[in-house]
Design a protein around this ligand. Structure first.
Ligand code: ACO
Length: 278
């Protein structure tokens, strides 16, 4: 994929970490149909890209994303033929929910500035989220006549405690990074000038893990939520077999050997030494 030709997104690669940003700073990175299409294509491409070990979803300029573009997403699509709307819904939900939430690689939301409405979908679909203290979060839908649609209400109800979910969906009250951290909406809030360093630190932690074990683990954490006990037992056993099948480093035996025989590490505090990383 030729990212230089993309007008609405920006891709930057740094030592195994790929920063994929919405690039409409003049519109506070509101998501237009063109943004959705480019993000849809980029995510598919980067999932199979060997240089991308960890994916960071970012925003160019002073905003992460001001949500759906109220003009291009809502007003201009109101009177389009249903087939256009249907196609558009597929790309828009496709990258933010279907693909991102089960991405093969670890994903981090690096939230600077505004994170509004529909942007909560990709926020919660990322495996991790780190924001700057001065970020502004708002479920603004209530303030202009809709409910948090797509899957935002579902996402929020699954992420926040019931009191906070109800309060912020019904008031639309804005809150900052520290509050988002306290509610468990994000992992961490840091001063703005430390945001990127904190994200890179976490990304590098992820890069030390075996990618197949990490992939199975993060997908399992997401999937087991809706399962009952027996479904989860079966699913996790199957996922465990999947790791054995896909993991070319044989992490399981490597880990046992390095701990039990070589006594070279303690799993409680660090990952085993990956042969591929040497
Ligand atoms: N859709 C379309 N355009 C937007 C959006 C948006 N979501 N957000 C900002 N813009 C545009 C503004 O219209 C303006 O365009 P213009 O320069 O052509 O007039 C430009 O971005 C800058 O916006 P300002 O309001 O001037 O910037 P400011 O920094 O003062 O405020 C803020 C930013 C708080 C994000 C404000 O623009 C806002 O409230 N936007 C709406 C956010 C929103 O409610 N999003 C929808 C969520 S619901 C959903 O996603 C389903």
């Amino acid at each position: 994929m030729d990212f230089d030709k993309c007008e609405n997104i920006k891709v930057e690669k740094e030592d195994g970490i790929t920063f994929l940003s919405i690039n409409r700073p003049e519109k506070r990175n509101a998501m237009s149909p063109a943004v959705h299409q480019e993000m849809f294509d980029a995510l598919a491409y980067l999932e199979a890209d060997d240089e991308t070990e960890v994916l960071v979803i970012a925003g160019v300029g002073e905003s992460w994303s001001a949500g759906q573009d109220l003009r291009e997403f809502f007003r201009e699509y109101e009177n389009r033929p249903p087939v256009d709307t249907k196609r558009y819904m597929e790309t828009n939900e496709g990258w933010r929910q279907h693909r991102l939430s089960m991405y093969d690689k670890p994903t981090i939301a690096m939230v600077n500035g505004y994170c509004i409405g529909g942007a909560f979908t990709q926020l919660c679909s990322c495996d991790f989220a780190i924001a700057s203290d001065d970020a502004t979060f708002s479920l603004s839908e209530i303030n202009w006549g809709i409910l948090p649609g797509g899957v935002v209400t579902w996402t929020i109800a699954n992420t926040l405690n019931p009191r906070d979910a109800m309060y912020y969906c019904c008031t639309g009250e804005a809150f900052d990074g520290k509050k988002a951290e306290a509610m468990g909406l994000i992992n961490k809030s840091v001063p703005a000038d430390q945001l990127k360093a904190e994200v890179v630190k976490l990304a590098n932690e992820m890069r030390k893990k075996n990618p197949e074990v990490l992939r199975a683990t993060k997908q399992a954490v997401r999937r087991v939520r809706g399962m009952d006990y027996f479904q989860a037992l079966d699913y996790l056993a199957a996922k465990m077999s999947e790791i054995r099948m896909r993991d070319k480093e044989d992490s399981f035996h490597q880990g046992l050997t390095q701990f039990l025989d070589e006594k070279s590490y303690r799993p409680s505090f660090e990952p085993f030494k990956r042969p591929a990383a040497e």
